[in-house]
Write a protein that binds this ligand. Structure first.
Ligand code: FAD
Length: 466
């Protein structure tokens, strides 16, 4: 009997290595249609930042090249997947569609609608892990509930067995007659000339090289350096993990857990799984505080404070460096994300949802689950949240995590000649030092938009609803 055609619907699992849905489709040896749907709701100049569009275009080209090396190719279509996937299934006479299970409310709604239509047409849908190391619902407490706190989640996570990673299939037999649109480019996606110059190269080949380089050169010192803003101490794999050009399971399995650096890196991959579990279980937290007691706080909306923050002109060098790194590279160091998010929510009392949306749009790794977890942590409203009374001081954070000022001098070059002693609070510079450094506060660089000590008092009153 001839084997039925199977579709592998790629979304944010743009790789060949360790891809359970792809293996399920190719293992039988029958015809396979590797499909990517350009959904205008997600992929458009107005919705995704140029950095993200650039990464996506790279990743699709690399996936196509990898499939061609195995005798196949990527089939690209444009439109609403709820229409397109069932239409392609009918066109190629597919018997099944394989996909990797996603955790966001958007993806879950979309996938449920596609599944209903496919099953009504007699096409089976098989959902596989591959986006997280462990899928939502697989790490639960003894009574089957989802953990609200990271540490017990991590302990339970570590107790479960883990399947070995599956190698990429040797061949992928794609029927010749299936038409495809051209692969998208930065230009066709409407981002030409707007991609930040520091944007990383996307795709499985570049991602695998990044992972190998990190494991060989930096992972052993990750534990000591991950918080230092001026050092290349982290993996920069977040976009690769978000688009699935690196398998989180394969990355985890390559770590040597006896090395402290590797062990703490493993902990971050597990944070990623944790936030995926939390969002899948409580999808409403995308827009609502996880902690019900902190709902309906009178946050500020858009306005001059939010503009100064996102444009990197708050007058606090560490915050401005962070926001300018985001603009220049579509990426921001984790410590900078924590300090900058805290500043928006606690010093400026601006709604964390505005910060969340700004990050999601501009970060090349913008990820609904991890971004929401990070923002709710910073606002003090989430799981494991930083309590509202713990408020980062942007000056001491700068002094601690950018002691030589490499980070600030790189992204805020107008302060390059300010001595270390004053770099994180340049408004305190004596006039002679400021002259020597060529900086007049209020002209060459802004005066601080708030006084941190006063802002701190105001934040405490705000959270206590005084
Ligand atoms: C306010 C805020 C917003 C954030 N938004 C995002 C986001 O949109 N997308 C995103 O991938 N990460 C987000 N993070 C988490 C973290 O900042 C980034 O994953 C990290 O900076 C990416 O750099 P890296 O790959 O060099 O990380 P590494 O330190 O090398 O960590 C390795 C991987 O572990 C995962 N990871 C690390 N830290 C976290 C964390 N705190 N939560 C969840 N996963 C983590 C990431 O996938 C990361 O690539 C956010 C954190 C905060 C505080």
């Amino acid at each position: 009997m001839a084997l039925g055609t199977r579709i592998v619907w790629f979304r944010r699992d743009l790789r060949l290595d360790d891809h359970p849905a792809l293996r399920a489709a190719t293992d039988g040896g029958g015809p396979v249609v590797p499909l990517f749907v350009l959904d205008p709701r997600l992929v458009g100049a107005g919705t995704m930042s140029p950095a993200r569009l650039s990464y996506l275009a790279d990743a699709l080209h690399d996936l196509d090249a990898g499939l061609r090396a195995r005798g196949g190719r990527l089939v690209v279509r444009r439109g609403d997947p709820r229409e397109v996937v069932p239409a392609v299934a009918a066109e190629v006479g597919a018997t099944a569609v394989s996909l990797s299970r996603d955790v966001t409310p958007f993806a879950q709604g979309r996938d449920a609608a596609v599944r209903d239509r496919l099953e009504a047409a007699g096409v089976a849908v098989d959902a596989h892990p591959g986006i997280l190391i462990r899928d939502p619902g697989t790490v639960t407490s003894a009574d089957g509930s989802t953990y609200r706190v990271y540490s017990p989640f991590r302990r339970a996570w570590a107790r479960l067995p883990l399947e070995p990673a599956a190698p990429a299939p040797g061949s992928v037999a794609v029927p010749a007659a299936v038409p495809s649109e051209d692969l998208p480019t930065v230009a066709s996606l409407g981002a030409a000339g707007r991609v930040p110059s520091g944007t990383i190269r996307g795709g499985e080949t570049a991602a695998q090289a990044r992972l190998t380089r990190f494991l060989d050169e930096a992972a052993h010192r990750y534990h000591d350096q991950r918080d230092l803003l001026g050092e290349p101490g982290t993996s920069r794999l977040s976009a690769d993990l978000h688009y699935g050009t690196v398998s989180p399971r394969a990355a985890y399995l390559r770590l040597d857990q006896d090395l402290p650096g590797h062990e703490s890196f493993a902990g971050e991959l597990i944070w990623r799984d944790f936030y995926g579990h939390v969002l899948a279980r409580w999808p409403g937290i995308r827009d609502t505080e996880f902690n019900p007691e902190l709902r309906d706080l009178p946050w500020r909306g858009e306005g001059p404070e939010f503009d100064a923050w996102r444009e990197g002109r708050t007058g606090y060098p560490i915050i401005d460096a962070a926001q300018r790194q985001l603009r220049q590279e579509g990426w921001m160091h984790n410590r900078a994300r924590m300090v900058s998010a805290s500043f928006l929510c606690k010093d400026l009392l601006v709604d964390w949802r505005l910060g969340q949306d700004h990050f999601l749009r501009h970060l090349v790794d913008g990820d609904v689950a991890s971004n929401n977890g990070g923002w709710q942590w910073a606002a003090g409203t989430g799981t494991d949240a930083q309590p509202y009374f713990r408020i980062f001081n942007p000056v001491t954070q700068g002094e601690k995590f950018d002691p030589q000022g490499r980070y600030v001098r790189h992204y805020v070059p107008e302060l390059a000649a300010v001595p270390d002693r004053w770099l994180h609070h340049p408004w305190d510079m004596p006039a002679a030092v400021a002259r020597e450094a060529g900086v007049t506060i209020g002209e060459d660089y802004p005066a601080p938009i708030v006084d941190h000590a006063e802002a701190r008092r105001a934040a405490l009153a705000f959270f206590r609803r005084e």
